[in-house]
Design a binder for this molecule. Sequence first.
Ligand code: GLV
Length: 322
Amino acid sequence: MTKPKILITRKIHSQVVDFLNEYCEVEMWSEEQTVMPRETLLKKVTDIEGLYCFISDTIDAELLDAAPQLKVVSNMAVGYNNIDVKACQARHITVTNTPGVLTDTTADLTFALLMATSRRLLEASDYLRKGKWQSWYPTQLTGQDISGATLGIFGMGRIGEALAKRANGFDMKILYHNRHRNEQAEKTLGAMYVSKEELLQEADFVCLLMPYSEETRNFIAKEELQLMKPSAILINTARGGIVNEEDLYDALIQKQIWAAGLDVFEKEPVRLNHPLLRLPNVVTLPHIGSASIATRLNMAKLAAENLVDAVTGKTPKHVVRP
Ligand code: GLV
């Protein structure tokens, strides 16, 4: 029996490719660090049944029209804003993602970014390396306390809950806002449901952990930033477009908020002359929320299992149903 043809748009772990080879005829882009050029991608999808892709690939109607045999788009990520899910549904193409396996790793990174931003770790390290550490003085590189502070979480899903769990260890008060109340988080983690406005006004740390969609685009803009405390810190490990970056820059310059920690940007990779990169009170990371060795392997495996299930007529574990 002929195996279904699939395309992997980046080089992935060899053991995952071995697994895929058992069920599929695999073509893989040989580059690990460079995105497959769009034109090449459009040419390579013409006879495939499965597409194994990443957040750096745009899967839109144009691409789907070039792939008439496509049955499944398997994204190696929990977020899927790079995929036009409606266009896939209209063509009966299954979309899958990789939730669950990256929850703790992403919550760890979110908390690490919160700590690095509030205690000015990168600035302090640079200060030392640039020879500015000439003496010790009482107000030197002072930051904001984490223990006992109020954490506000937008998006109380799996990662939100995992973040709240970490915050409990720091005796933080936990507020959250979500499309639906999460009674489990209220009971087991002591999280309190509040309105968007209340969260912005009360939180010392505002953490964004919600999915990115048309609804959440610019969820944090001028008006929201104005509600935050001058000592507050914004942490975004979800998607860049959730925050209006120009408004954030203005709020930081005008000292409406104290600092920001960003793992994500509206356009990635972020350009080096991006104004937010010039501010000392902004800690920036290159979208590494799920980047632990073990978690990236688990994501790669799960994306492969989802894809194989779909091309062999089974229901994949994680079908995206927005
Ligand atoms: C990473 O950003 C993901 O969505 O998995």
